[in-house]
Design a protein around this ligand. Structure first.
Ligand code: 6GU
Length: 224
């Protein structure tokens, strides 16, 4: 998979992709992430990428030309399966969407800033608008990182058995069960005995039951 992220703050993305699973996924060739500085596509001497809103009002609007030039440049190199725009008024990002996006080949993610992008960008270039929740971030970069992370870890081969995505919360619309490691007793607080029993069927039953309990308590909206 290839992910091209269009942003006016490319350096903001660097450290996020330079560690842990996301770094290993890139090193192993499962995914290539490229950040593109929108200002490089401005024809303006000041490398300007925003302007005052027609009709007045506070806040700058990101202009269409640099975005169009960047997206068209990328699209001249390869075919993209989706062009995502990160925006608080987009469709809410959920695991189902991550699963679907993890199967595509080439992805563009456009990060918004200021009062957003000229509406014509959305009409002409964007195939899907995504929000990561009902709160407002200063820019789409963090949201692009969130979406990329959720997608990349689902690419076959990125996770090993130990980190398998199959046992994640939400993968079966249930929250994950509690987990424990050594010591078996911490200051009188013992690990549930069933986990030390070595009885795999009992352990699986217990985990499923705990998933149900946890989901009922914390996220009853996930249950049918
Ligand atoms: Cl995708 N962008 C911004 N700026 N704020 C958000 C968001 C995205 N999703 C939730 N809040």
């Amino acid at each position: 998979m290839r992910i091209d992220i269009i942003t006016c703050l490319p350096r903001l993305l660097d450290s996020f992709f330079a560690h842990s699973i996301l770094k290993r996924a890139q090193d192993a060739g499962h995914v290539a992430v490229h950040a593109h500085d929108l200002r490089d596509y401005s024809l303006n001497k000041q490398r300007q990428i925003d302007d005052y809103a027609f009709g007045g009002g506070a806040g700058m609007v990101m202009t269409i030309e640099p975005i169009a030039r960047c997206i068209r440049h990328l699209q001249s190199q390869r075919t993209y399966d989706a062009v995502l725009y990160m925006t608080p008024d987009g469709e809410r990002f959920e695991q189902k969407m991550a699963n679907r996006l993890s199967m595509v080949q080439n992805l563009i993610i456009l990060c918004g800033h200021y009062k957003g992008v000229d509406e014509r960008v959305r009409e002409l270039f964007i195939t899907q608008e995504i929000s990561i929740g009902d709160y407002v971030l200063s820019g789409g970069e963090l949201a692009a990182c969130v979406v990329s992370d959720a997608i990349i870890r689902l690419i076959p081969g990125v996770l090993n058995d130990e980190t398998s995505a199959l046992t994640d919360s939400f993968q079966d619309n249930l929250l994950a069960p509690p987990v424990y490691t050594r010591p078996a007793d911490f200051e009188g607080h013992a690990v549930p005995a069933v986990l030390l029993s070595g009885h795999e069927a009992h352990i699986n039953d217990w985990r499923f039951e705990q998933s149900l309990v946890r989901t009922r308590q914390r996220r009853p909206d996930l249950l049918p």
